[in-house]
Design a protein around this ligand. Structure first.
Ligand code: GLU
Length: 474
């Protein structure tokens, strides 16, 4: 390939960045990065009634969170109306477009009539050959579609797709209010921005022959097209809200790592042998359209969750400590105004927990007993373990911990061994009541690690509280 690859992501800001849009953005981004090309962000906001600045903000926020950085843009189509208008004028001048005076009400009536006769629903071409302008309200402009022949889309993923031209409508390219429509603006922009590859969802495949005809009318060379198969829910219907969260930022809120979501999204339609987990570097290196499948991909939230847990396990605890902070605040485990948390200590605590947490929310929740001043007992665990029988072990441990000089994991292990030997009990008989005293429940990382992280002062306070809990009940 001699020409520099230039691709674009062209969202309409009529909603949040959703899973399907993010996958399209990702495939464009990977393609650009693979070929050292340019990735352009273009906001297709010509539908002013449905586009909002908030959605633009949300879309760019989602892309930034995913690390899909763009090289040019964001361009907004609403800032380019003069350009589109000049292209429409050119088509009018060359008789490749015409004014249409039919009002929406007339069109609707004729469509109904045609439907009743079992005829086509496309525009009937009434104004196509008018020789002089008709008075009345401002007209729309329609593109003169060829009536005969075929348009062939040579798609990098779908292969050759053939469309009969007689089925293509004389579509409106400029509405009577002067606003241009999608099929025109997309061609003008892709030409103007020198896009080499149009990569988008296959819900646009039916638009492609119309766009090809517009390219032809201008005499422009076609870009390559790659239409990505849709993403479906587990019931094989197109992925939608009723299948669960579809907005990218909802996955941020649920405690997913951006790299895990990227890894998941890329596998929706693309594969590389049996490999499941890819670094970004690998993705950039391996990504081409040869390995994009033709079949629709099914969104599987369990697999995404599994990938997230893998990314948590394989992330450095220092990185996780940074990522978990907003969730600690959100779960009120630390307050925003709280004196700075010791990040080195937090990383050490995360070392002991990351194997068990599938999301950052779970990680934050499991940090609660490390960070909070006091623990709350799980009622069942309290009854079972904080009782008279275990009292002497807890008392011995408290005395021992108050005086041992070595608070390391091995130092703690020595102390535990001496206590269980003295009482003739197994490690579990001491560790479980201690675990309840320190964490409130019966499941936690290794007890020596827990003590080591909670530290002497807090451990002693919690043991005292457990002892008091037992003695005040007897
Ligand atoms: N604005 C269109 C959409 O959001 C994308 C069009 C395109 O990629 O050509 O579906």
């Amino acid at each position: 390939m001699t020409e520099k690859v230039r691709v674009r992501f062209a969202p309409s800001p009529t909603g949040f960045l959703h899973i399907g849009g993010a996958r399209t953005a990702l495939f464009n981004w990977l393609y650009a990065r693979h070929f050292n090309g340019a990735f352009i962000l273009r906001i297709e906001d010509t539908d002013r009634s449905r586009s909002t600045d908030e959605y633009i903000e949300e879309i760019t926020k989602g892309m930034k969170w995913l690390g899909l950085d763009w090289d040019e843009g964001p361009f907004r189509q609403t800032g380019r109306f003069d350009l589109y208008k000049s292209y429409v004028d050119k088509l009018l001048k060359e008789d490749r477009a015409y004014y249409c005076y039919c009002s929406p009400a007339e069109l609707e009536a004729r469509r109904k009539e045609a439907a009743a006769r079992g005829g086509a629903l496309a525009y009937d071409g009434r104004c196509r050959d008018l020789s002089s302008p008709v008075g009345g309200p401002p007209p729309a402009v329609r593109f003169k579609m060829p009536r005969k022949g075929r348009t062939i889309v040579n798609d990098l993923i779908k292969g050759e797709v053939v469309f009969e031209n007689e089925r293509l409508d004389d579509l409106i390219i400029l509405r009577s209010d002067g606003t241009p429509t999608y099929n025109l603006t997309v061609v003008v922009d892709d030409v103007d921005m020198k896009i080499t590859h149009v990569i988008r969802g296959d819900d646009h495949l039916n638009n492609t022959p119309k766009q090809i005809q517009i390219y032809n009318a201008f005499g422009y060379e076609l870009p390559e097209f790659a239409h990505l198969p849709m993403i479906l829910g587990p019931d094989k219907a197109r992925l939608s809200k009723r299948h669960g969260a579809t907005s990218v930022m909802a996955y941020y809120e649920m405690g997913y790592l951006p790299d895990a979501l990227i890894n998941y999204l890329v596998r929706l339609g693309w594969s590389y042998g049996d490999q499941e987990i890819f670094s970004r570097k690998e993705l950039i290196k391996y990504f081409t359209f040869e390995n994009v499948g033709k079949a629709a991909a099914v969104f599987n939230p369990e697999k995404l969750l599994w990938l997230n847990s893998q990314y948590i396990i394989n992330s450095s605890s220092e990185n996780l400590a940074e990522l978990v902070l907003p969730f600690l605040e959100k779960e009120s485990i630390i307050s925003a105004g709280q004196p700075q948390i010791d990040m080195a200590w937090l990383s050490k605590a995360i070392d002991t927990l990351k194997e068990r947490a599938k999301t950052l929310i779970e990680l934050a929740a499991s940090l609660r007993y490390y960070i909070a001043e006091a623990v709350e007992y799980d009622e069942k665990a309290r009854t079972k373990f904080l009782n008279e029988k275990n009292l002497p072990y807890l008392v011995d441990l408290k005395d021992g911990l108050a005086s041992i000089p070595d608070f390391s994991v091995s130092g703690l292990e020595k102390l535990f061994t001496s206590i269980i030997e003295r009482h003739g009990i197994k490690l579990g008989s001491l560790a479980q009541p201690v675990r309840v005293a320190l964490t409130g429940g019966t499941q936690s990382p290794g007890i020596f690690e827990v003590i080591n992280i909670i530290g002497r002062e807090k451990t002693l306070r919690r043991l005292e509280k457990a002892i008091k809990t037992i003695t005040s009940r007897t």
